[in-house]
Structures are given as C-alpha cells and as structure tokens.
Ligand binder design. Structure first.
Ligand SMILES: NCc1[nH]cc(CCC(=O)O)c1CC(=O)O
Length: 301
C-alpha cells in the first residue's frame, strides 16, 4: 500500500523486500522476546543499506528514537480501534459468562476483565490467520485484534464488533504506520514526505509522548488514543484520551486533554503527568515486564 502510494505520488518505482522478523517467527510471548522484535531486523537492513526505507506498524516501535534513522512519513491512519471476532457473530455483551477470549496483551486483558463480565482470557500468538482459526475451530469463543491489521489483510468482514474506545481504549499509535529511512537520505526523506498525514502525525505524536512519559514513571499497561477534530473557531484541535490499568483490570485511571496540533507532544506529556498524579504508578506490581502486545509500556508492541 505504501509502495503504491509513493509510486502514484512521485512516479518512483519501489521494489518490495520481505523481511521476516524474530517476532513473526517465534510463538513465545512477546513479553519474553524483548523490545523491538518486529522492528530491529528491518532497522538492521536499513543500516546495512539492503533497503532504503522500512514500513513498520507504529505501535511496534520502541519509544526511544533510533540514531541515524528518521520517521519520514506517518501515512493517514484509518482506524485505531480494537475489534472482537467472536463465534456465531456475537458481540462482547452477548458472550456468555465464562467465555474464553484469546489475547496476550495486558492492556486488552485488563480492560476485558475490568468490564466485570466474567470473561476468561488466554494468551495467544501467531499471525492473524492462526488467531482467527482458533475461533472458527471452536478452540476459543473470541479473539481481540486491532481493526487496522484485519482491514489491511482484507478480513474486516469477519469482525463481529468494533469496540468503542470507552470499553477498549487502543494502544498508543495503534493502526498507524511508520515509514522509516536513513537520516542522511535527504532526497528520499523529501520524496516520502508526500505520504505524511498531518493530523495522524499529531495524534501519534501525542499518544507516543504519553506512552514515553508513562514508561518513565510507571510499569502498568497503558492505553492512549488521540483524535483530531474541528474546533468551534474554525481551527483544529487534538483530543487525547489516556488510561492506565492494574493487571486484573479492577483499577484504572483515565483522563483526557485537548489542545492545538502544534502542542501534540506537550499534551501527551501533560496527560501522563496528570495520570501519574492520580496514582498510575501504583496500579502495577513491580515484578512485571512486558510489551504492548503482551502489553506493558517499555517495549516494542
Ligand atoms: N501487537 C501486534 C500488532 N502490531 C501491529 C498490529 C496490527 C495493527 C496495527 O497496525 O496497529 C498488531 C496486531 C494486533 O494488535 O492486532
């Protein structure tokens, strides 16, 4: 999709190089694989000049910036939300107590348990195909996935409910792509910039600033989603929601902030400070380490 968009906009031809990462290959919990499991192999290929730019799922990127590389474009994000794919077309509210839902992301686990519906969660790994098959085969009653991934693979028709962010706040940068290249490749940076989407960049900047600041201050699962909308004075404003959960989902702190697009980063940082003030750092035990998909901030997914 990114290659076609670049060719359409600039006439440049793009050769696709498929890189399978340890995160794709291993079925171990992402939390055990460490930071950057979906990203490092692509960054190595960039540094070695085997490729000129890489396309990542933005939420897989570690928050620390990478020396010598830049995110040259953040294309328009279609949908940041999580979805349910359940047997028999069921929605979350229709799933009977005791139903089993596949997800390894502690952000999703905490929010599912926090609903108080007596739903069980079980860890799940593997590609989308494998995960969906567990529902079709009857091994699981449902799985929770990012809508964007299913849409990209043309499998959105299998979604039984798109989860309102009030119930399931997505991961920071979920659904967005990062187009990364070498920082000294000025000609390519310029070409890729046509793919950049201003509102998406502002939203992702706010969400990632929130995540980075919370990583520094607490170890609990984090959710965050920013939206850009017209304000009352003919301008635009950014609306950032953030939440931090205890692992069992029984405790949560949630807050939001608005501001101008130019202040996106600061809005994220300020919201993190607000959440920490409310005790976000006290929601999680000290033993846990993890990552977004097995989802604790501080790591790649
Ligand atoms: N955590 C893994 C991951 N990283 C990116 C996506 C696809 C959606 C996206 O681009 O955010 C997924 C799968 C999922 O969460 O369902």
């Amino acid at each position: 999709m990114v290659a076609d968009a670049l060719t359409r906009a600039t006439g440049r031809l793009v050769q696709l190089v498929e890189i399978v990462t340890p995160g794709d290959r291993s079925l171990a919990p992402v939390a055990q694989l460490g930071v950057g499991v979906f990203v490092s192999a692509l960054r190595d290929a960039l540094a070695d000049k085997e490729i000129d730019f890489a396309v990542h799922s933005y939420k897989d990127l570690p928050t620390a910036p990478m020396d010598g590389l830049v995110i040259a474009a953040i294309p328009e994000r279609a949908d940041a939300r999580d979805v349910l794919i359940a047997r028999d077309g069921l929605t979350l509210a229709e799933l009977p107590a005791g139903s089993t839902i596949g997800t390894g992301a502690v952000r999703r686990i905490a929010q599912l348990h926090g609903l108080g519906l007596s739903l069980n969660t079980v860890p799940i790994r593997g590609n989308i195909d494998t995960r969906l098959r567990k529902v079709t085969d009857g091994e699981l009653d449902a799985v929770v996935l990012a809508r964007a991934g299913l849409v990209r693979l043309g499998r959105a028709d299998e979604i039984t409910e798109t989860l309102d962010p009030m119930l399931m706040l997505p991961a920071p940068a979920q659904g967005a792509l990062a187009v990364e290249c070498r920082a000294d490749d000025l000609d390519l940076i310029e070409a890729l910039s046509v793919l950049d989407h201003r509102a998406t960049r502002a939203a992702v900047t706010a969400e990632r600033a929130l995540l980075a600041a919370l990583e520094a201050g607490c170890s609990a699962p984090v959710a965050g989603m920013a939206e850009v909308a017209d304000d009352d004075d003919g301008g635009e404003e950014i609306y950032l929601r953030g939440a931090v959960f205890s692992e069992d989902g029984q405790q949560a702190v949630r807050l939001s902030r608005t501001g101008t697009l130019a202040d996106a980063e600061q809005i994220g940082r300020l919201l993190a400070a607000d959440l920490l003030e409310l005790g976000a750092d006290r929601l999680f035990g000290p033993t846990h380490v993890g990552s977004e998909d097995e989802n604790v901030p501080g790591s790649a997914r």
